[in-house]
Design a protein around this ligand. Structure first.
Ligand code: ATP
Length: 241
């Protein structure tokens, strides 16, 4: 139904051996929304994304995608189900060309050559810079271009839920603005987005709803713009008193 959220995380806990990384986290991502998870270094944001895309097993709790329980589904089947991750640190294949990186993103779809070309053109229309550099090795791209490539590669999987891990990481402020404008364009196109960010000001400004994660627990949640004004959030994450 229209009311059914894209993603529901229910009381999920994760650990690295004896070390708890995420403890009893619940969140929901409505269809077509941008939901942000903000929090300091080591709060458990990346670990939670890994659980959602199946790169790490949960210790307890449930994960549902479009109403279906995917808690035990292997990662590649979550990709075909419609969940794609743009990972922290981009992780593009450095020696492969831009075009080859994009093709790899669509690997699980088994597209015809024609459909592959069309999917790639769609990405080039979205990020024209990538088209100009389609035959260059990914390693030769700037940080911002590599981030665009990482997002595009995830989109090549044809997801209905896009997970973005720290898209601002290591980028200059002007480039970060470009990336956030691209995220807004994706949202305007109807994409459902779960965004993990240390840059809380940017994430909260774009997010319909947001969750604050502290040492593996959700300590606050609400509308992005409300959290942006929250004194506790401002002093802890926005460098304001
Ligand atoms: P960052 O932005 O630095 O990635 P984060 O909020 O994404 O931070 P996580 O990377 O999810 O946080 O880490 C959560 C906790 O789990 C931290 O205490 C971290 O030290 C620990 N952790 C992360 N990865 C591992 C690992 N491979 N082995 C052991 N502990 C880990």
């Amino acid at each position: 139904s229209a009311e059914q959220p894209a993603l529901e995380v229910e009381d999920v806990s994760l650990a690295y051996g004896p070390i708890a990384a995420v403890s009893g986290v619940s969140l929901r991502v409505p269809r077509g929304a941008v939901v942000a998870i903000v929090g300091a270094n080591g709060a458990g944001k990346t670990t939670l994304l890994k659980a959602i895309c199946g790169l790490m097993p949960v210790a307890s709790g449930r994960i549902r995608f479009e109403g279906r329980d995917i808690t035990a589904l292997p990662a590649h089947r979550r990709v075909t189900a419609g969940i794609a991750l743009s990972p922290e640190g981009r992780q593009v294949f450095p020696d492969q060309s831009v075009a080859d990186n994009l093709e790899l993103g669509a690997y699980a779809r088994g597209l015809s050559a024609q459909a592959m070309a069309a999917a790639m053109e769609e990405q080039f229309a979205f990020f024209p810079r990538l088209k100009e550099r389609r035959n260059q090795a990914a390693v030769t791209l700037s940080g911002g271009e590599q981030q665009m490539l990482a997002i595009s590669r995830a989109l090549m999987a044809g997801p209905r839920l896009l997970l973005l891990d720290e898209p601002s990481l290591g980028l200059a402020p002007l480039i970060i603005n470009d990336i956030f404008r691209a995220i807004a364009r994706l949202r305007d196109g109807g994409m459902t987005i779960l965004l993990v960010e240390q840059m809380a000001n940017l994430a909260l400004a774009i997010a319909d709803t947001a969750y604050v994660l502290e040492t593996g627990r959700v300590t606050l949640s609400g509308r992005g713009r409300d959290l942006l004004r929250d004194p506790q959030v401002r002093s802890a994450y926005l460098g304001a008193g």
